[in-house]
Design a protein around this ligand. Structure first.
Ligand code: BGC
Length: 454
């Protein structure tokens, strides 16, 4: 049994905290995943028939997320991870309700913009918070737990889309329901402790010690406190990201952030039914097949959770990316040769499932995990924030060029383009990404020569 599950089962305190923070991940998944299905009904209800109107509804959340990821770094440093997550919870409540009660298109777009701010901030502060509270042996598992909740959120959104099809005002329920987990996040985080690493950074060692004692289950936490203190001697802002000695790590974060999106994952997540209908599925069966993509995403993220602290980050990252490239090449072949649609129609779905499985066991969770562990605390807030901004920015670019690309270079050409970007990401991972399994956050920086002498 994985050390993560064993420790979590025996450590209710940690499990409770990680579970509450990971509601942030769940809402990230739910709010991004729900809109594809909801759009079908919003179109009629709010007269949003034009492409521009629909793209604005989807785009607003991604743009808001860029702002949230940018502001989140500063907020997490100034007010702490815990308080920022409480605020995100309340924004989820307000944004969810405002979306549900929108009477005009611009109201929905505005509400999704505001929601996006919470999504962007929580997307990296929740894993950051969890990783700062967790002993190193199981840190990979706990942070991946956040990604598991994210995929579960996407799956829950697909189910909501599917189950609420016949209900009056269904899209209002689809988007409004998210207020409930938002409330749970705000209230739950209210009772969670502050990140001991953040407290030390603020010179509040006295408050950090009892939290560390409870987390590490021992009285003498002097060594842990000193380790954190050494690492947090200098607190800096965004400018520090330009310093030559932190550059390698900043590049790893930005590279992983960009490649995680450049391989085209959200064309699959947001456009799964569209892609399946390209391959000839009817609307109803496309929706059911989309559910299988959602489940596969959850199952393989769970596999990553069990494996990440055992086999390490690099094998999962490189192995997953390789599987993903194979799937993209096959998808391209499938769309290129039209006769395959009639003779071997299952190949399309099989390739999509292989694709999402390979993403979910590798770069999906590994990106979010790595950016929560490779930076010295002095730049952790701004550096994670920058990586998240790049991730949301690329998400925006890929999601809004997909249909245009398909018309310009064909479906096959589009998937082959993502395959080429996938190969570039394998090279990047092999050359630049370090292994971080089993090392304390402070040891990682020392090994990289980043924290020791900044
Ligand atoms: C990515 C999201 C994506 C999700 C799919 C996350 O790691 O950042 O953009 O929608 O995985 O599971």
């Amino acid at each position: 049994m994985s050390s993560f599950i064993r420790q979590m089962a025996s450590d209710r305190y940690l499990l409770r905290i990680a579970a509450v923070a990971a509601i942030g991940g769940f809402l990230f998944g739910y709010d991004t995943g729900v809109i594809g299905g909801a759009l079908l009904f919003v179109k009629k209800s709010l007269h949003a028939e034009s492409n521009l109107a629909q793209q604005s509804i989807v785009a607003s959340l991604l743009l808001g997320a860029i702002v949230g990821a940018l502001a989140g770094g500063w907020l997490a440093g100034a007010f702490g991870r815990r308080r920022t997550l409480i605020a995100a919870g309340w924004i989820y409540v307000a944004g969810g309700l405002a979306s549900a009660f929108s009477q005009e298109l611009w109201q929905l777009v505005g509400a999704r913009l505001v929601l996006g701010v919470a999504v962007g901030a929580a997307s990296f502060i929740a894993p950051m918070f969890i990783s700062e509270l967790t002993p190193k042996q199981i840190r990979g598992g706990t942070v991946t737990f956040n990604q598991l909740m994210l995929t579960f959120g996407i799956f829950a959104a697909y189910i909501a889309n599917w189950a609420l099809q016949g209900v009056p005002d269904n899209w209002r329920w689809m988007v409004g329901i998210a207020a409930v987990p938002g409330l749970a996040l705000a209230i739950g985080m209210h009772f969670a402790p502050s990140s001991p690493r953040w407290l030390v950074e603020k010179g509040r060692q006295k408050e950090a010690a009892p939290i560390l004692r409870r987390l590490y289950k021992k009285q003498d936490v002097g060594a842990e406190l000193r380790e954190i203190e050494t690492a947090s001697k200098q607190t800096t802002g965004y400018r520090a990201l330009l310093r030559p000695e932190v550059r390698p790590m900043v590049i790893v974060g930005i590279g992983l952030a960009a490649f995680q999106q450049l391989v085209g994952v959200n064309t699959v997540i947001y456009y799964a039914p569209t892609i399946l209908s390209f391959a000839g599925a009817s609307a109803g069966s496309a929706l059911t097949q989309a559910l299988s993509i959602g489940v596969t995403n959850v199952i393989f993220t769970f596999a990553a959770l069990l494996l990440v602290d055992r086999v390490g980050r690099r094998p999962l990252l490189i192995g997953g990316l390789s599987g993903l490239v194979v799937a993209l090449v096959v998808l391209g072949i499938f769309f290129h040769f039209g006769w395959l649609h009639t003779h071997l129609p299952w190949i399309g779905l099989a390739a999509l499932l292989l694709y999402i499985a390979a993403f979910a066991i590798g770069i999906g969770p590994v990106f979010w995990l790595m950016i929560s562990e490779i930076y010295p605390i002095s730049i952790r807030g701004p550096a994670e924030s920058l990586a998240s901004v790049v991730n949301w920015g690329m998400n925006f670019v890929i999601s809004f060029t997909f249909l245009t690309l398909v018309s310009a270079i064909t479906r096959a050409g589009t998937f082959w383009l993502y395959a080429v970007l996938g190969i570039a990401s394998i090279v990047f991972a092999c050359v630049s990404v370090p292994e971080t399994r089993g090392r304390s956050l402070e040891q990682i920086q020392q090994q990289l020569g980043v924290g020791a002498n900044p």
